[in-house]
Design a protein around this ligand. Sequence first.
Ligand code: GLN
Length: 331
Amino acid sequence: MAASHKNITTDEVRTAVENAYNKLRTTTGGKNADYIPYLASIDPNLFGICVCLLDGTIVSVGDADHIFGIESVSKVPTAILAMREYGALDILEKVGADATGLPFNSIMALLLEKDRPSSPLVNAGAIAACSLVEPVGNADEKWKAIVNNIAELTGREPQVIEELYKSESATDFNNRSIAWLLKDYGRIYDDPDLSLDLYTRQCSLGITAHDLAIMGATIANDGYNPVTNKQVFDADLAPKVTSMITTVGFYERTGDWLYKSGLPAKSGVGGGVLGVMPGMFGIAAFSPPLDDAGNSVKAQLALREIMAELGLNIFAASRLCVCGCQGASAR
Ligand code: GLN
């Protein structure tokens, strides 16, 4: 099994999570996504946080077990699935691993790149990743593979929120353009409509902050799910996935987010955010109102509070050392 959290205690995490929750519970700001009509109808006051430590300990508060639309967070597990099937290098060649600096559904990003869709964590790359899922040409089997992969990463098989799927399918005109532009560039590897439908369906899966924290912990733990005690994917893929989350997880706001939080994290317009602290924990927060880039306002605040209270930052040496010396702070 991979490294466990050496210098962070469950009590510290519990206190930080509870403090963040209590501080932010009544905070308002942002607005539910409404370009997918179903999402506009979700209670904006829902709020939950969950952390999964690498020994499988779960710390959760609020609506951590509420089921909501996974949306763009689904891009992470399907990137992992494509990497499991094709290998990290092939995914780099076929899809890419670059930041776009542009909104998640940008057609401009693809036009500028004129080649690979940049990253499986933006819409163009996620549709390409769905096209790659084996067995190519068989929508039912591809779908099973997508759902099974999420079930392995979280320990729970997610179900489609049918109303969300209908709502999203009826309004996905921009994504249809992306799918067919990928076809024009030779960068979609299955039928464009089939690939787009899989992408839309995976975005409509119901997930919880609890599920996402376990998924984050599995990535933070070199592919080993600490709750189900199963090696889900090859350890070598974990840093590749985390690098993608780091570079583009908040789209055009990714740099600002990293600068403020020090946490690789991926957002979805359903209000969920999945964070990965390698070697330490997976963390997730859920609150539907979003900023203008489509990232949950309160989930961002919660994760920032927790990271700051724990004194953690992926770019800072203090507390990251696992030899027991407590890093620079001990000198
Ligand atoms: N399904 C949504 C879309 O394609 C996902 C976007 C997101 O969560 N950022 O527009």
